[in-house]
Design a protein around this ligand. Structure first.
Ligand code: FAD
Length: 427
């Protein structure tokens, strides 16, 4: 049975937890969480002269940011047609523009900080699982061109071999603006950049209590207490009871990935000739891409977050899914399996805002590689400018569970998992 081993962690020296620096007594901003969001925020705040400490429960970059698929994607989790219906054209356009800006932000940071993480605009391929899904992609392409002046390209079923060495799909849509990177290399580079800007990073400093005094927060951690004028909560799917009001608005959902052995060059080229970031149209979706000749194949194989059981079952489920898509990989050795936790809000939207001096950016719904980096930076800028209420992602309510039936423990996940399977069957 395969045990959790995160492939990306073997490609970079992740920040260690040796020689931990002491906590400062007082800072301008205490950032809780050291993924893309927290580190991008810390970098921006420190660059503008704010004294900032990043407090991390585990090791720096430990969360979803060093475990994900590394896909920097255009758009939001919800289709833009739905976003327009819910929020109107004007706001939908601003939100979509943020998604484009988010990829530019990653590109800019990678360039400015010289982060060696293989960032490349290789585009994404959204592959249709059923013929009627391809009809929906045709509508989507037309809609995106008309409403957002954003051109994507359709790949008819008969031309799929130019994009993917698989007969499993019924056409696809290509968006050339998206890109890919190695997430662990990127988060480790962001950590270095935040430190170079003057932020201090504190591993093994889980925040256990937050109290708001008259002027400052008292931030209690496992390694001591500090005072902070403001707090930035960047804990995504690992948001816990210390920030209970936010925890009750976030559903933690597991996502899992396997990585094969290094494949022969010609086989890798056959599987994905253009090295796209690939995902499909299912509710229980699969996402996959190559990295350095390995197939990195992920999916929501189990709904519960990562533990020994969900990781072991996911390895088997994902291998089966991978071989269904790519029968050529029947004999390829799976060398790695790992899981991480996604953060979903009840409306599937990302939310930023402030609750009594406590800022947050949460609810990435599997779109946090570029968006987390971007919101870390732009929410930090809004903190400094005092205009968080004007941020495009602060223009709609951050809903709690319907009827208040949720205290942060997702009892309904098995039902949600079944519901998605049913939807995939009928839709
Ligand atoms: C398997 C997987 C695949 C994914 N694939 C993609 C993809 O291809 N593209 C994409 O855009 N997104 C993807 N995502 C989502 C993306 O990884 C996340 O949206 C993003 O990393 C969130 O970054 P973050 O900095 O907000 O949070 P995280 O990186 O999750 O960091 C949160 C941190 O907060 C810390 N923390 C929690 N509570 C406390 C506390 N009390 N005190 C101190 N620290 C605390 C945690 O230890 C954790 O390290 C994927 C996620 C997973 C799990």
């Amino acid at each position: 049975m395969l045990k959790q081993r995160i492939f990306w962690h073997d490609t970079v020296d992740m920040p260690s937890d040796k020689d931990l620096p002491p906590l400062p007594d007082r800072v301008g901003v205490a950032v809780i969480g050291s993924g893309f969001t927290g580190l991008a925020a810390a970098r921006t705040l420190a660059q503008r002269g704010t004294r900032v400490a990043v407090l991390e429960a585990e090791t720096i970059g430990w969360g979803a940011s060093s475990r994900n698929g590394g896909m920097a994607l255009t758009g939001l989790k919800l289709p833009m047609q739905t976003v327009i219906k819910k929020y109107g054209r004007g706001l939908a356009k601003r939100l979509f523009q943020c998604s484009l800006d988010s990829i530019d932000t990653v590109e800019q940071i990678v360039r400015d900080e010289k982060i060696d993480c293989g960032f490349a605009r290789t585009g994404h391929l959204l592959a249709a699982n059923k013929p009627k899904h391809f009809d929906a992609l045709k509508d989507e392409a037309e809609f995106m061109a008309k409403e957002f002046n954003h051109n994507v390209r359709l790949v008819p079923p008969g031309e799929m071999q130019s994009e993917i060495g698989s007969d499993a799909y019924h056409g696809a849509l290509v968006d050339e603006v998206s890109g890919g990177l190695n997430p662990a290399q990127f988060v480790a580079g962001l950590a270095r950049a935040a430190e170079n800007a003057g932020a201090t990073l504190h591993a093994r400093a889980r925040v256990t209590n937050l109290t708001r005094g008259e002027k400052r927060f008292v931030v209690e951690t496992e390694r001591g207490t500090l005072e902070a004028e403001s707090v930035f909560v960047a804990t995504a799917g690992y948001t816990g009871p210390t920030t209970k009001s936010l925890q009750k608005k976030i559903i933690p959902i597991g996502s899992f990935i396997i990585a094969t052995e290094k494949l022969p060059d010609d086989l890798a080229r056959e599987l994905s000739p253009k090295n796209r970031m690939i995902f499909d149209t299912k509710h229980y979706l699969n996402y996959f891409r190559l990295w350095d000749g390995r197939m990195i194949f992920g999916g929501r194989a189990a709904f519960f977050p990562e533990n020994e059981n969900t990781i072991a079952t996911s390895a088997e489920i994902l291998r089966r899914e991978m071989v269904t898509v790519y029968p050529q990989l029947r004999d390829a050795r799976v060398e790695y399996v790992w899981g991480g936790t996604l953060d979903f809000a009840f409306d599937m939207m990302t939310h930023v805002g402030e609750e009594a001096g406590m800022f947050y950016a949460l609810g990435y719904a599997g779109h946090g590689v570029a968006m987390g980096t971007y919101l870390g930076k732009t929410v930090a800028e809004a903190m400094l400018a005092g205009n968080i209420k004007e941020h495009p992602f602060a223009q709609f309510d951050f809903p709690s569970a319907p009827l208040g039936l949720y205290d942060g423990r997702p009892w309904f996940l098995p039902f949600a998992g079944m519901w998605h399977k049913i939807l995939d069957w009928v839709e």
